[in-house]
Write a protein that binds this ligand. Structure first.
Ligand code: GLC
Length: 381
């Protein structure tokens, strides 16, 4: 008998962390057990990237913004047709936007829906707040979060059992050797989407302090505006770098689908979100590149970084504390290198792509057999 189908719904047209996780899952899914079909609700480079995965059926049902009701209904009709025609057993929506449509199509076609949440689902009267409120109330057979932190924010606020499956990533080839050759100046890399809450401005303030004390240090900001969010922020950062006198020591790369080369060239990687990061995929990417990490001490990063062993955690939004932690590690080559190696081992053990795929396969199988999610302590531990 042919393997049952899983319909993956994605609303991201560009590659952010959630999209990287989806690509990784699709690469590692055991196709003898589950046959993936993908439907993109946004056109853009990410759709093209999916289409390059071998042997994967990728279809599109573009939505013209959340307020455009006709394209929304067309997308739901397309998803429903895919469920019927491709013998879909489970609909897996990757992210909040995708769940709005995936959930409705799955409910009408009476197949279980998995809501793979990647973001905080706070309320409020903003457009996103209303979308979040709707997404929380839509039917799902299971809600999956990449961190226990995100699970805790959702338990009792969504209409389905919440299960944590940590994000998994592939180790890029040759990372173990990616310790930069010794030289005088060190390079500190910040990586993420240029959106205010991700806190690149805090990194800039800390960089200015580090620069005064360690003038040979270089800084790189890897990332760009994505999904049209906080479009003015990138420019503000440029102005801030100039005002802080960092222009000659700070480089902005813009968005990179694959930040691996920049991470591999770093001596230290910094994450400085000013609100709890749901997961923090870039931290795992840095660990897989064998780097020590300084990160904000809350949300997903506090579950990923083992303070004192793979990096340091600092209070969010505190450039003084961040600068101090950066200097402690910049000044200690031995400790920094050891932390990078410990981080690589931890990332391979805790955030392996194959383990993530096996967990999702078990979830799909449970849903298929019983229509319910069985508690699994091994994953939630
Ligand atoms: C979103 C979250 C980020 C997470 C990623 C993958 O981009 O903001 O914290 O790492 O999804 O789950």
């Amino acid at each position: 008998m042919a393997a049952p189908g899983v319909l993956f719904v994605t609303a991201g047209g560009e590659r952010g962390g959630a999209e990287t996780v989806l690509l990784t899952l699709l690469r590692h899914l055991d196709r003898a057990r589950f046959r993936p079909v993908v439907c993109c609700l946004a056109t853009g480079p990410f759709e093209a990237e999916l289409a390059r995965l071998p042997g994967l059926e990728v279809t599109a049902a573009p939505i013209r913004g959340i307020r455009h009701v006709p394209s929304g209904w067309r997308a739901i009709a397309r998803l429903r047709a895919l469920v019927r025609e491709r013998a879909i057993a489970v609909v897996h929506s990757n992210g909040t936007g995708a769940h709005l449509y995936g959930s409705v199509a799955a409910r009408i076609e009476r197949v279980p829906a998995v809501f793979h949440a990647h973001d905080l689902l706070g309320g409020g009267w903003s457009g996103q707040g209303l979308v979040n409120a709707v997404a929380r109330r839509l039917p799902a057979a299971a809600v999956v979060t990449p961190s226990r932190f995100l699970a805790r924010t959702l338990e009792g606020r969504v209409r389905a059992p919440v299960r944590t499956i940590p994000n998994g990533l592939d180790a890029p080839a040759g990372t173990a050797a990616a310790v930069p050759a010794p030289r005088t100046g060190r390079t500190v890399v910040w990586c993420g989407r240029l959106q205010r809450w991700k806190g690149a401005h805090v990194f800039l303030e800390a960089a200015a302090q580090v620069r005064r004390a360690r003038p040979e240090t270089r800084f790189v900001v890897v990332g760009g505006t994505l999904f049209g969010l906080d479009a003015g922020y990138a420019q503000e950062l440029g102005a801030q770098a100039t005002a802080l006198g960092l222009s000659d020591v700070m480089r902005f790369t813009g968005h990179l689908d694959d930040p691996t080369p920049e991470l591999a060239a770093a001596d230290l990687v910094v994450h400085s979100a000013i609100r709890p990061e749901p997961f923090g995929l870039v931290i795992v990417e840095a660990m897989l590149a064998g780097k020590a990490v300084v990160a904000s001490a809350e949300g997903g990063p506090a579950e990923i970084v083992e303070p004192g062993t793979t990096g340091l955690l600092v209070p969010p939004g505190d450039p003084d504390a961040l600068a101090r932690a950066m200097m402690v590690l910049l000044d200690d080559n031995g400790r920094r290198t050891a932390m990078g190696q410990a981080g690589l081992a931890r990332a391979r053990e805790r955030f392996a792509a194959a383990a993530m795929a096996r967990s999702f396969e078990r979830l799909y199988a449970d849903l298929q057999e019983a229509g319910v999610v069985r508690p699994r302590e091994d994953e939630d531990a």
